[in-house]
Design a protein around this ligand. Structure first.
Ligand SMILES: C[S@@+](CC[C@H](N)C(=O)[O-])C[C@H]1O[C@@H](n2cnc3c(N)ncnc32)[C@H](O)[C@@H]1O
Length: 371
């Protein structure tokens, strides 16, 4: 068993700054530090991936400055640790904050068993970060109880999904996570008022208001798929983030909870059955009535992003089987909503622009002969 001060790392190159995590195994994960001088980000993955990432032009573009006056403050909230509180009213669609992650890694890193729970691997990863960057991680909350080490505890408590390709990752195990000094302070709600989105183009996490948020209100995001019933949501949050969600939806009286669960399951089933976007398959046929019921369910549950997804998928189904005019209207509404919750860098916005081109070609195509 390794002791914490048994150093297995080895500097492979200094520009780009790449360190092999474990000289005992060929193919062990590597740490890429960006920029090489006084790094404020470490990326953890196999050597060939970090070598390619080191060449991305985005690192030559400095991050845009933030507005002088932030629209929130970080504040201790009873029972929830630190959270983000709006200091003024924020309009739906407003960008609340954006920043690059300090730690980014493949969700399942290749790490030897004797360096995992004791934190040796993760301590080594953040070791060469600038002092400010390292402190910004070490100051975050650790929800994981001992004997789990505090550094992997902090990373597990605070990491959010990031994408290093434009399209959503097909398999969750192939996706990536990132830890953010500020955005990771956002607490969870099962009907969140803000959306966390990772902009692959700028390599920044972005936080946008999905609803109008009043001054004094907490700015919340989701950590999970919200189309699950309360029992499953709570089990997931307690297993992965060590807390019991007491949000307004989870506090719904027992008599009404069944309806809330049923609405979320209805939206989830519809999305799962009909979302064939980015696959070579056509979606199943679905009636306008069924699609409208899913929209009504999303509205009732306050699920803005799921509402946008039903509009997007529904517009594709209606383009193929239904009414082109309704499909065009739904695509326009979905695009407006996705710009609002994910910004102009959204892949969904790009998909909807493609759909608009298909729609206008179809609308101007000559009609078939009626015999
Ligand atoms: C990503 S951090 C959020 C920021 C954190 N509250 C802090 O103090 O830095 C996730 C942790 O915050 C706490 N948390 C987040 N949402 C919560 C909620 N709705 N109720 C209670 N605790 C919550 C849990 O301890 C969770 O593991």
């Amino acid at each position: 068993m390794l002791a914490e001060n048994d150093n297995t790392t080895n500097v492979i190159s200094t520009n780009p700054y790449i360190v092999a995590s474990d000289t005992r195994y060929p193919g062990a994960s590597c740490f890429l530090y960006i920029p090489a001088e006084s790094p404020n980000m470490v990326f953890v993955d196999s050597y060939h991936v970090v070598r390619a990432i080191a060449e991305w032009p985005v690192w030559r573009t400095p991050a845009l400055p933030l507005p002088h006056h932030l629209s929130f403050r970080l504040e201790e909230i009873p029972g929830r640790g630190v959270g983000m509180i709006a200091t003024r009213s924020i309009s739906a669609g407003e960008l609340i904050f954006r920043e690059r992650p300090v730690y980014a890694a493949r969700r399942e890193v290749n790490c030897a068993a004797d360096q995992n729970d004791n934190g040796i691997f993760y301590r080594a990863a953040i070791h060469r970060l600038s002092q400010q960057a390292r402190r910004s991680i070490l100051g975050l909350q650790n929800a994981f109880p001992p004997p789990f080490d505090v550094v992997p505890g902090i990373l597990n408590t605070n990491c959010l999904e990031i994408r290093i390709t434009e399209k959503p990752d097909p398999k969750p195990s192939e996706s990536f996570v990132g830890c953010f000094p500020v955005i990771s302070r956002a607490n969870h709600d099962c009907a969140p008022v803000a959306n966390y989105f990772f902009n692959f183009g700028t390599f920044e996490g972005e936080l946008r208001a999905m609803n109008d948020i009043a001054g004094g209100e907490e700015i919340t995001i989701t950590y999970m798929d919200l189309c699950l019933p309360k029992a499953e949501r709570q089990a997931y949050l307690s297993r992965t983030r060590y807390f019991t969600c007491g949000c307004a939806t989870c506090s719904t009286p027992a008599a009404e909870l069944g309806q809330s669960d049923a609405r979320r399951a209805q939206i989830g089933r519809l999305i799962e059955r009909l979302d064939t976007l980015d696959t070579p398959h056509l979606p199943e046929r679905s009636s306008l009535d069924e699609l409208e019921r899913a929209l009504a369910a999303a509205e009732e549950e306050g699920l803005v992003k799921e509402y946008a997804r039903v509009l997007l998928i529904g517009s594709q189904v209606l383009t193929i089987y239904g009414d082109l005019h309704i499909a065009m209207n739904w695509a326009q509404r979905a695009k407006r909503l996705f710009i609002m919750v994910e910004g102009a860098g959204s892949y969904n916005v790009r998909r909807l622009e493609d759909a608009e081109r298909v729609h206008s070609a179809m609308a101007s195509a000559p009609r078939g002969l009626r015999i």
